[in-house]
Ligand binder design. Structure first.
Ligand code: SAM
Ligand code: SF4
Length: 475
């Protein structure tokens, strides 16, 4: 077993969260209509917002103003992302953990947790299970433990990429694990990871201290806050940030997330690739009765809409912690990625059965419908589910990630790649009903594309996939 590395900060590390300032911003008087409209206009011109501007959007109490914010978020999503939704599923690799985060079923003090780490064969079987239903992207999730050092995580990434069943393969492996040191990030980057995701959980210092005991590694707030910066300096230029909503005031956490995005952009020239905003769920051994700050569904939709407007170019991830009806409603306010068919027990895709078992998982999921069912609902609602992984594989990441800066990028790359990866899914994995829904969506999308060589190429690739058995034809 290797020791965990020393917790050395980047020379650029700075604690950019001023609790008093953010708290004051969350309790300021509501901004007037003129100011809110000015900020919305800035956002619709695809400029990221300052923290004060985000606070003004969060201050809205007038129902008409809130409706304008929702409408703007819907429009910005359409303008920047079109109607695509990227799909993935997590693999929980191991739940050994030395930390004691009060809200988590994997915390070391939870004696009921069934501790387990997948060996290579077990990991392969999880990957195969995802491939057999059509997934192309996964995120590997780990507790924080000497067993899960950078070499082990890198090894798991390689095993995942190497595992292929039938026409299936995983084309992008992301990571959600504890923050690393430079060496660790380099090791994991060399294995070919996509995004390295670290959630700050709560940006509020006092709440953070209450929930993460001082004598644990995670008790070090600044080491975690600096985690994405170190990753970028070490060459992992796709990083994800996130907050666990329900631990402290939701408006404060939104300001924390936006402060983090601003910090990364100003310090490293690139903002976060994704933002996650999970809400807390019941978990084994967890009774959170301290200042538990519930976020109701209405506030949840507002926080998604405000995040969308604040960071126009950052992907927003809505997880299966949420129940289906919330996912369906919240999607339109700016979500660009969701997981589907997910399980968060270790080994859950092969031996989880149909029911969830809290002692074996990190928390209870709200949506455990199979991928095929989620795909069908997405398409019935007019979305184009996408399994595209082209940008990352062609090196279009970090500051080279020009998806939105290049005029016409979505038309030339994103939509065609969404359609070809959807065609692969329909041909190899979909049920007859989902296939019919998918063929209709593809026809609708093709009808929106101008006639010409570009369209002819897409139509030809769709045919080669459907009738010729070709795969992985990305633009
Ligand atoms: N151990 C690593 C860490 O803490 O960064 C990464 C993995 S942890 C398994 C993934 C995320 O799950 C955490 O960052 C936290 O936000 C979230 N989580 C923990 N307990 C939760 C709960 N009860 N409900 C919802 N999400 C939870
Ligand atoms: Fe461990 Fe992560 Fe759970 Fe905290 S959130 S107890 S670090 S697995």
């Amino acid at each position: 077993m290797c020791a965990l590395p020393a917790m050395t900060l980047s020379p650029k590390a700075v604690d950019f969260i001023d609790d008093a300032r953010l708290t004051a911003l969350t309790s300021a008087a509501p901004a007037d209509f003129a100011r809110v409209r000015e900020i919305i206009a800035k956002s619709l011109s695809k400029e990221p917002l300052e923290v004060e501007e985000t606070a003004a959007l969060l201050s809205a109490t007038d129902p008409g103003m809130i409706e304008e914010i929702f409408a703007a978020a819907r429009q910005l999503k359409r303008d920047v992302y079109g109607n695509r939704i990227v799909l993935f599923a997590p693999i929980y690799v191991g739940n050994e953990c030395l930390n004691d985060c009060l809200y988590c079923g994997f915390k070391r003090s939870n004696a009921d947790a069934v501790r387990r780490t997948l060996d290579d064969d077990e990991l392969r079987r999880q990957v195969e299970a995802l491939e057999q239903v059509g997934h192309r992207r996964t995120i590997l999730v780990f507790g924080e433990h000497p067993l899960y050092d950078a070499d082990f995580i890198a090894h798991c990434v390689r095993v995942t990429y190497e595992t292929k069943v039938g026409r299936g393969d995983i084309r992008r492996v992301n990571i959600n694990a504890a923050p690393m040191d430079y060496e660790g990030y380099r090791t994991i980057k060399a294995a070919g990871i996509g995004t390295y995701q670290i959630f700050q959980e709560t940006y509020h210092h006092a709440t953070y201290a209450q929930l993460h005991p001082r004598n644990t590694r995670k008790g070090n707030y600044l080491y975690r806050l600096d985690g994405q910066g170190r990753a970028m300096e070490a060459g992992c230029d796709d990083v994800g940030i996130g907050a666990l909503f329900g631990l402290h005031d939701w408006r404060f956490e939104v300001l924390g997330l936006v402060s983090h995005a601003v910090h990364l952009r100003r310090t490293y020239g690139v903002g976060p690739h994704t933002i996650s905003f999970p809400r807390i769920r019941p978990a084994s051994g967890v009774t959170l009765d301290h200042n538990y700050a519930q976020v109701d569904d209405e506030a949840f939709k507002r926080l998604i809409a405000v995040l969308r407007l604040s960071v126009p170019y950052t992907g927003l991830i809505l997880t299966a912690r949420e129940p289906p009806h919330v996912r369906r409603e919240a999607m339109e306010f700016g979500v660009s990625q969701i997981d589907a068919g997910s399980r968060c027990e270790i080994g859950g895709y092969t031996d989880g059965g149909k029911k969830q078992n809290l002692d074996r998982e990190q928390f209870a999921l709200g949506d455990i419908r199979p991928l095929d069912v989620v795909m069908r609902e997405l398409m019935a609602d007019g979305y184009v589910p996408s399994f595209c992984t082209a940008c990352y594989r062609l090196g279009r990441t970090g500051e080279h990630f020009m998806e939105f800066a290049i005029p016409g990028f979505i038309k030339r790359f994103c939509t065609p790649n969404a359609l070809t990866t959807l065609e692969e899914y329909l041909t190899d994995y979909a049920s007859p009903e989902t296939r019919a829904a998918g063929e209709k969506i593809i026809a609708d999308e093709l009808a929106k594309i101008d006639e010409g060589p570009g369209k002819a190429e897409i139509v030809d690739r769709l045919r080669r996939i459907r009738d010729g058995g070709e795969r992985d034809l990305y633009f």
